[in-house]
Every structure is written in C-alpha cells, then in structure tokens.
Design a protein around this ligand. Structure first.
Ligand SMILES: Cc1cc2nc3c(=O)[nH]c(=O)nc-3n(C[C@H](O)[C@H](O)[C@H](O)COP(=O)(O)OP(=O)(O)OC[C@H]3O[C@@H](n4cnc5c(N)ncnc54)[C@H](O)[C@@H]3O)c2cc1C
Length: 606
C-alpha cells in the first residue's frame, strides 16, 4: 500500500484480529502457553460488545452449574475485586491490564486490519492502520486468527464464508427461512440510566423519534400484548433494552453507519417515552450514557471443517473433539428487529437448546486457508446454530480453546487442520487444567498426585481426584470436599519426587448468592441501569482468601488476599512432602475444594 506514513513491522507466532472477548481470551491463552502474540483491535478498548463502548451483558449456558470458567471467570473475579460497583470503564481496564501484563502479547489498539498478503493457501501478513499514531502496522505470523466478529480476513484471504440464513433444506433445519437469504440479526445501541434522589428533566434532541404511548412501541394485536420482550421497565434488575434493534434486513457491514443513525433516533425516542410520554415513574432517573457504537449481532461466518447446525445442538454436540460448549437457547432475532410489528412476526423467537452441548474444534479453523483460525460469533456454524453460540460466555470458551489449540499447533508444527487424534486429548487436557469445563469428559489427574500418601479419607480423595470440578446438576453438592479453617492437605512421598505445579480449584459459589443479591448480576458481574437498590458486588464467600504452601516444611508460597477460584503455584522442586494449609475464606465457614493436585508437562496422566 503506497502511503507517506511509516510502516512498523512485527513478527509473531499468532496474530489475532479483533479484541472482543473471544480475541482477548484467545490472545491470553495462546500467550500463556508460550506463543508470541500480536492482538490487533480497532477500538481504544477491549471487550467488543461487552466493552464500555457497547455494554452488552455477558450471558452463556443456562443452568448455574454450567457457568463458564477459565479466563472469563478470572476476568470476572478481578472485576468484582477491583470494581465492586461495576463501572464499565474499570471493566475495560481489567481486560487491558490482563493483556498488558503479559510480556508475550503486543497489543495494537485503535488499529484496524485492512489488508492481507497470502502465499498459496496461507496468510503471510496482515496490514493495519493505527488511527492515533498515523502509522501502518504490518504483522507477519505463522498463524492468524480472526476474532473480528465481521470476519475481515475472509474477503482479504479468500477464506470460504457465508452470510445470512440458510434455507431449511440445506441442513434440514427448522429455524430460519425456507429459502436462503442474506438477512442477519440486527444491531442495537444501548443506553444506561441511574436513579437519583431528585427529579431529573430530559430534553430529547429534535431528531429523536417520538413514541407517544406504549402501543407505539409494544404493538397490540387482538388485545394481546405483542411482545413482552419490548419491556421498558428499567432498574438495577431490569431490562437492557436490547430490542432496540435495526439493520438485519440491510447489508450488515456496509450499512452500519446509516443503521447507527436510525438506532440513535430510536434510542433517544425510547428514553423520551420512558421519561416524558407516559407515567412510567422514572422522574428521578437520569440518562447517564448512550452508546454511539452499534453492537453487531451477526455478519459473516467462516466455513470450517465442520459446520455446526441446529441438529448438532439439539443432539448435545457429542463430538470427539469437543473443546467448548454452549447452552443458550437458539435465540433467532427477526431481521426486521424493531420494525417487526405483528404477532406472527415476532422480534425474536427462542428455540430450546440442551445445556450444555458440545462444540467441536473443527468449527474453529478455515476449510481452505491453512493457517487461519477463528473464534467468536463468526465460527463455522449455520445461522440457526450461531443464534445460540453467539453469546459471550460461549464466545469466551471458543476463544480460549482456539488460543490453546494454536499453541499446540505451534509446538508440534501442525496446521490447524492437523490437530487431531491424541492432540485433541492434549488440547482438552490443557483446557481443563486451565479451568475450562469440557462436557462429557473428566480432567485427568497426574500419577504424581495419586501415588502420594495423602492425609485424607478415601472418600475425600475420590472426590478430590474424580476430575469433576463443579456441580453437575441442580443442587449438586458433590465433587468438592470440605475442610475446617487451618486444616492442611499433605502429600507425602517415600523418595524425592519432582513437583512441577500445584493446582487448586476452589469453589466460586456457582449459585453466586454471596456475590450479589441481584439475579442479573449473579449471571455475570456487569450492571446496566443503577437503581437506589444497587448493592456492590462481593468476592464469592467460598473462595479461599488465605492459604500457604510448604515444601519439606519450608514455606514456598503464601497468599492472604487471593480472590481467584483457580490457583496454580509453581513449585519446581524435588521434595518428599508438600503441605497446603487453608487458613481463611471470604466469608464461608468451611474450606470448599473441588480439586487439589499437581500438573506438569512431563507428567503421566491416568
Ligand atoms: C445488541 C446485542 C445484544 C446481545 N445480547 C447478548 C447478551 O445478552 N449476552 C451475550 O452474551 N451476548 C449477547 N450478544 C451477542 C454477543 O455480544 C456477540 O455475539 C459477541 O460479542 C461476539 O463476540 P466476538 O468476540 O466474536 O465479537 P465482538 O464482541 O463483536 O468483538 C469483535 C471485535 O473486533 C473488532 N474488529 C472488527 N473488525 C476489526 C478489524 N478490521 N480490525 C481490528 N479489529 C476489528 C471490533 O471492533 C470488536 O471490538 C448481543 C449482541 C448484540 C449486538
């Protein structure tokens, strides 16, 4: 590209385009497994649709016991600890800090990927423009990953992709139209309001839409409310107005700017309606923030080695290469969005999905570009399947799976499509060691752990080493042991034994009652509107705050302010005895532990 502006060159192992939750988590997982990563993000902040620029709340698999863990849980735990009142820009800073503190990652913010060079069927480099520095960045890498949501590398590399809704016959699906079209789910901008202790006036801009009555918003048919989903009851536990949606019936990417303008008219009009047009009781509420960046639900999806379908989801996705899971219903929005206006033409229809269902690794890399991965809302899935996999809890798992897969490919000099067979087992194990739940399997425990004499009852040992680290169904209290404060777990060996890393999975309080009394924030620590009933978040009371590790009687690690549910302590010593002493929690009476064992690259696993 000819330009008077300078070009800065980067070389890395993995270049990721797009820093939503999927790209951010993919970068971190790959970097933690040793890859040099360049993360290219076109916005000033990370997080995509959950960043302070858009503020959509993170949702995932239904059922508290299916809660997404791994890096997403780590982010949430950091946010709860540092940002208990859930200021959106502090959430941005959590993601920013996690990426910045990793020396293997070069983060290019405000940098938009615009071009790619390819050789045969590989991408060799991408070029991106950094808005703030007036400079070009050329990134050469062994592997590339597209987490841009919009799949910018598809047109740039010639990777196979699709847009819109499949006709029912193609995959024998029932969701979606009979005949294929190019329509998508639309975009939304959100607004955020706060309750004050005095009346607050709102004057809408002249160009805002006008909605005089509820019926102008929530169309009535045959005296039946058209859609409960256009509720505009806001409040701490209220609605986030996601239904202010447009643009699905136009070209998703090309018309973003026009759609944004229409969305602003709509959003200001809705707030004017809530405040001024009918007696909704929001006199004391003020509009704190309105998004100027539309959140995109759907645009271009890649074609990978497998295309996930409605049927795969309905049959629980029991694939051999499951590396992530979903469990949100298939949540198919009408491309007309807010313009959908009859009882037979609903704004969104929810079709049940099992929770959890497995998502195979083969949906995360390109069918025809041999060094291209992807994760997030652009994975290889039909429109129907994507209407479930698109939620950010699921996208986070996809990002972690993809980043970890890239590290295995790099270490073994594999193309993404060559990661099969025993490599899938390694990938699943790495993910589980990093706190990810993989449905239909259990985490293997090292023989170094099980050959030790351990000062626990046989039944406690069975629970601790059963490879299950969470409740598995409603009110399941199994899979964790309970100790008293001050108790130790001791691993003793007859001979000197090399201990690589101690791994402990504490209880993150899956029901989240100790984290927040608010159901919405029990799902994920993010708020939208703030009523006077808002209560700051608390670290889960079951997390062990204070613990110590002794190797042959010598203190090798101590933390009296731990707020993470998964901890790994590098020991790297030959020893005969390791003792872990659990001193205190963030409030729970007992010490709850799901797993406590040793992991290491050269260990044998059962
Ligand atoms: C209004 C709305 C409501 C939703 N409701 C929910 C909900 O309640 N809960 C839930 O969990 N999910 C919800 N979703 C879905 C979810 O937000 C998305 O599916 C999810 O954000 C996808 O994650 P991602 O990382 O793939 O993409 P994104 O979050 O879109 O992130 C992609 C990032 O890549 C960047 N990017 C794009 N192009 C380039 C480029 N050329 N160069 C560099 N960077 C680039 C973008 O700026 C963006 O930051 C909703 C989505 C919308 C829009």
């Amino acid at each position: 590209m000819k330009s008077i502006f300078k070009t800065i060159e980067h070389k890395c192992d993995l270049c990721i385009v797009g820093g939503g939750l999927s790209g951010t988590i993919a970068a971190l997982s790959a970097a933690r497994h040793g890859l040099k990563v360049v993360l290219v993000q076109d916005r000033p902040v990370l997080g995509g649709n959950c960043s302070s620029e858009i503020r959509m709340w993170v949702r995932g698999a239904k059922g508290y016991w299916n809660r997404e863990t791994g890096i997403l849980a780590e982010f949430e735990e950091e946010n709860i600890y540092r940002n208990p009142t859930l200021a959106p820009t502090l959430w941005d800073s959590v993601l920013f800090g996690k990426i910045k503190e990793n020396e293997n990652i070069t983060l290019l913010l405000n940098t938009s990927c615009l071009d790619a060079e390819c050789f045969e069927s590989r991408i060799t480099s991408i070029t991106a423009w950094q808005l703030t520095t007036y400079s070009w960045h050329k990134v050469s890498a062994k592997y590339f990953a597209d987490c841009s949501g919009d799949s910018v590398l598809a047109p740039l590399s010639g990777a196979k992709h699709r847009i819109g809704r499949e006709g029912n016959e193609e995959f024998n699906e029932t969701i979606g139209p009979e005949i294929a079209d190019s329509k998508t789910m639309g975009m939304s901008i959100l607004l955020q309001a706060r309750e004050t202790d005095h009346p607050v006036k709102f004057i809408p801009p002249e160009w805002a839409n006008v909605y005089e009555t509820d019926d102008d918003i929530d169309i009535k048919a045959n005296n039946v409310k058209y859609s409960e989903t256009r509720s505009h009851k806001i409040g701490t536990s209220g609605c986030n107005l996601w239904w202010m949606e447009l643009g699905g019936d136009t070209e998703a990417i090309a018309n973003t700017e026009e759609t944004r303008d229409e969305l602003l008219k709509l959003a200001f009009g809705i707030w004017d309606h809530i405040k001024n047009r009918q007696d909704h009781g929001y006199e004391n509420w003020e509009l704190e923030w309105i998004g100027f960046l539309p959140g995109k639900r759907e645009s271009v999806r890649y074609i990978g080695e497998h295309i996930l379908t409605q049927h795969d989801i309905e049959s629980e996705g029991r694939f051999e290469d499951v590396v992530a899971y979903g469990g949100w219903p298939m949540d198919d929005h009408n491309p007309k969005g807010f313009k959908a206006n009859s009882i037979d033409d609903k704004a969104s229809v929810l079709y049940p999905a099992p929770s959890p269902y497995g998502i195979p690794y083969r949906c995360l890399y390109s069918q025809n570009i041999e060094n291209l991965f992807f994760a997030g809302r652009n994975i290889s899935a039909t429109h129907a399947a994507m209407s479930s996999t698109r939620v950010m809890g699921t996208c986070s798992l996809l990002g972690q799976a993809m980043g970890t897969a890239a590290s295995i490919c790099f270490k073994n000099n594999l193309k993404p499509g060559e990661l099969k067979g025993e490599y899938i087992t390694f990938l699943q194990k790495d993910l589980m060691d990093d706190g990810i739940f993989i449905p239909f399997t259990t985490r293997p425990i090292s023989s170094v752990t099980t050959k030790a004499s351990i000062n626990l009852s046989e039944s406690d040992k069975e629970v601790l080493f059963n490879g299950i680290e969470r409740p598995r169904f409603e009110n399941d209290e199994g899979n964790k042991i309970q100790l008293n404060k001050g108790d130790c777990i001791e691993f003793t060996y007859d001979t000197q034994t090399y201990i690589d890393t101690l791994r402990i999975q504490f209880d993150l309080d899956y029901k989240r009652k100790s984290v927040s009394p608010n159901m919405k924030m029990q799902w994920f620590a993010q708020k939208l509107h703030q009523g006077s009933d808002f209560v700051p978040m608390k670290v889960a009371n079951t997390i062990v705050r204070d613990f110590e590790v002794y190797a042959d009687g010598e203190l090798v690690y101590k933390d009296n302010n731990n707020y993470h549910s998964l901890v790994k302590v590098k020991i790297d010593k030959d020893i005969k005895k390791i003792s872990v002493k659990f001193n205190d929690t963030w409030g729970a009476e007992k010490i709850n532990i799901f797993a406590c064992d040793f992991i290491g690259e050269n260990y044998n696993y059962a």
